[in-house]
Design a protein around this ligand. Structure first.
Ligand code: CO
Ligand code: CO
Length: 365
């Protein structure tokens, strides 16, 4: 019945924003709002949720039985067959919706195909509903937090095994494989994104993709991975030194760790992303590494690995208890290497709780 109360909440939000209906395409929002697991394909599928709570959905006929079985709420289906196309089904659905008014659409998810189809068959004004839906998804309920905690346990079990496998001569890819295999054994249904093992010079690139470089003494190794359980994800980064690190590498590590702690300490209900980002960034700037912290401090996570809120200088909306996000400051200096320390946190009534609790002190292998 979870989805039913979610429908109530989305209808309230639509009324408050004076948006007549919401169009939702396959993806995380469709799963969150209606309980339907569908992936985008070349076949058009769009669900419409009206202010009244009526839910109508245009979809390929072959998808209807599964959608009907999965749906957590009553849906009026408008199926279409490959041979005839979706025109008639969509036209009928839009007629029955009795717009006009504004139709909220997912700006970062809906494709040109769906938008053009809606514009062709209905006289509607589309508006961005990204924030409206994000506002519902940002705060997690107890069941969602349980799934995230399970995903954290799996990724941390894998990280332990990955760090144990670090030795001179092992490749980045081998370490990533140990991590992914162990977290699968710990219950993960798959990595929540491509596991990153970035060693030596590669660690100085925050967007590095794991490769075949062999680990060498003197390397800093950034390990960034996530697990996925019950539709929810985790995301953790630790940085390990192989052999005794240089004084400067140590100083960078301690700076990033202090920034991580400052970011977590600034995380409390009512704070905004800019304040949390600012707290972490100030520590790094004070240590003289400000120009090497070249990304935002964190991102929301839940059903998706990157979702609102985003923690950067212009995130001014206050965050509510139950909001989940990462705190992941990093410093990347070519010629020395990179350090990032990432934790997942949930805002509580008076502060924040770290979901990830893996050792944060510098591990030297
Ligand atoms: Co990460
Ligand atoms: Co992250």
């Amino acid at each position: 019945m979870e989805a039913t109360s979610r429908i109530d909440r989305v209808c309230q939000a639509l009324r408050a924003a004076d948006v007549s209906a919401l169009a939702v395409v396959p993806g995380a929002n469709l799963l969150y709002l209606l309980g339907l697991t569908m992936h985008s394909s070349e076949r058009l599928a769009i669900a419409f949720i009206a202010q009244s709570g009526d839910v109508r959905m245009v979809l390929p006929a072959l998808e209807q039985p599964r959608a009907a079985a999965e749906a957590q709420t009553e849906i009026q289906f408008y199926p279409w067959h490959d041979a005839e196309g979706y025109a008639q089904a969509l036209g009928q659905c839009l007629d029955d919706l009795q717009l006009p008014g504004q139709l909220g659409v997912e700006y970062t998810t809906m494709r040109v195909m769906e938008l053009r189809a809606i514009e062709q068959f209905g006289e509607v004004e589309t508006v961005d509903a990204t924030e409206l839906i994000a506002g519902l998804r940002m705060t997690k309920d107890a069941a969602e937090l349980d799934a995230m905690r399970a995903a954290v346990r799996a990724v941390e079990a894998g990280l332990r095994a990955a760090i144990d496998a670090i030795k001179p001569g092992a490749t980045e890819r081998e370490i990533a494989e140990v991590w992914e295999r162990t977290m699968r054994e710990a219950g993960s249904q798959g990595p929540s994104f491509t596991t990153i093992v970035a060693s030596g010079p590669n660690s100085a690139n925050p967007h590095y993709t794991t490769g075949d470089r062999r680990l060498q003494p003197g390397d800093l190794i950034v390990l960034d991975g996530g697990a996925q359980i019950g539709g929810y994800v985790s995301d953790i980064t630790r940085t390990v030194a192989l052999g005794e690190p240089s004084d400067e590498a140590r100083k960078i590590y301690e700076t990033v760790l202090a920034a991580n702690r400052a970011g977590v300490a600034a995380s409390k209900p009512g704070a905004n992303g800019a304040q949390i980002d600012g707290a972490a960034r100030q520590v790094i700037e004070d240590a003289g590494y400000g120009q090497y912290f070249i990304h935002r401090t964190g991102h929301g996570l839940g059903m998706e690995i990157h979702e609102p809120p985003y923690l950067h200088a212009t995130s001014t909306a206050p965050l509510a208890a139950g909001t989940t996000f990462t705190v992941e400051p990093g410093v990347y200096v070519a010629g020395i290497g990179g350090v990032r320390i990432e934790d997942d946190v949930v805002l509580t009534e008076n502060g924040a709780e770290c979901l990830t609790n893996f050792d944060r002190e510098l591990i030297i292998r």
